[in-house]
Design a binder for this molecule. Structure first.
Ligand code: ATP
Length: 225
């Protein structure tokens, strides 16, 4: 089943800066898609279009056959409850603790989690973050904050994971661990879309690679079913 069909999507930022130029590809359920390309190629913009922080200037995005242009804000809020998004700039609340940041996200996802405290601490333990659970996010290192952003997204057990440069602040060992966790998640039938130019990830052969250059996809790209 197709999760996303991206059809000739163009994005122009004001006043006139074309970042994506007729980009087309499909994402199937269970895919592990790695979007790569140089700085400024448009990777973050493309992900923002998928999670609807931005709208395309032209073209259409279909999610499970529903065209985005026909969906309203309420539909997107509902969809995003089942998605895990890892933002390049983390988007954590610095004055709240690690535990509170994750708990708020879990509550917003409306997933019923029995023993929520145990559940969160268990996840944090897996990422070697249990000792930081009750520290304010602003007291953590950049890499630790990045890991909190990852835990916050995957603890929801989302059907789709969208990750924007999730390992930029991590050492190679941590990067391999994170990718292993993403792979386990994919093996459970979930879909992963990851933007990165991290050579460690690219060498791991974790998934299908799509390369963006100056707003266009280059190489072999599947654009129809
Ligand atoms: N809101 C915006 N308004 C205007 N220009 C923007 C906006 N967001 C991004 N851009 C520009 O669009 C281009 C693509 O940015 P984008 O963040 O999508 O690239 P990227 O491939 O993710 O880069 P990086 O690898 O550095 O994260 C950049 O030149 C950027 O300056």
């Amino acid at each position: 089943m197709e999760i996303f069909v991206i059809e000739k999507v163009t994005k122009v930022y004001n006043p006139y800066f074309k970042v994506l130029d007729e980009v087309s590809f499909i994402v199937k359920e269970g895919d592990f898609l790695i979007l790569t390309g140089p700085t400024g190629a448009g990777k973050t913009t493309l992900l923002k279009l998928l999670y609807r922080e931005e709208k395309p200037t032209d073209g259409e995005i279909f999610y499970k056959n529903f065209p985005y242009s026909k969906l309203n804000k309420r539909h997107f809020l509902h969809l995003r409850r089942n998605w895990g998004i890892i933002f390049q700039d983390y988007k954590l609340i610095p004055d709240l603790t690690v535990f509170e940041n994750i708990k708020i996200s879990l509550i917003l996802s409306q997933k019923k989690v029995p023993k929520i405290k145990f559940h969160i601490l268990n996840y944090l333990e897996r990422f070697n973050l249990a000792a930081k659970a009750f520290k304010k996010v602003k007291e953590l290192s950049g890499g630790e904050q990045q890991k909190v952003g990852i835990v916050r997204a995957i603890i929801r057990d989302p059907e789709l994971l969208i990750a924007d440069e999730p390992t930029g602040n991590l050492d190679p060992e941590s990067i391999r661990e994170i990718i292993k966790i993403f792979q386990e998640y994919q093996q459970a039938g979930k879909t992963v879309i990851l933007a990165t130019h991290d050579p460690v990830i690219l060498q791991l052969n974790a998934g299908k690679i799509l390369r963006l250059e100056q707003g266009r996809l280059v190489g072999n790209v599947q654009t129809s079913c």
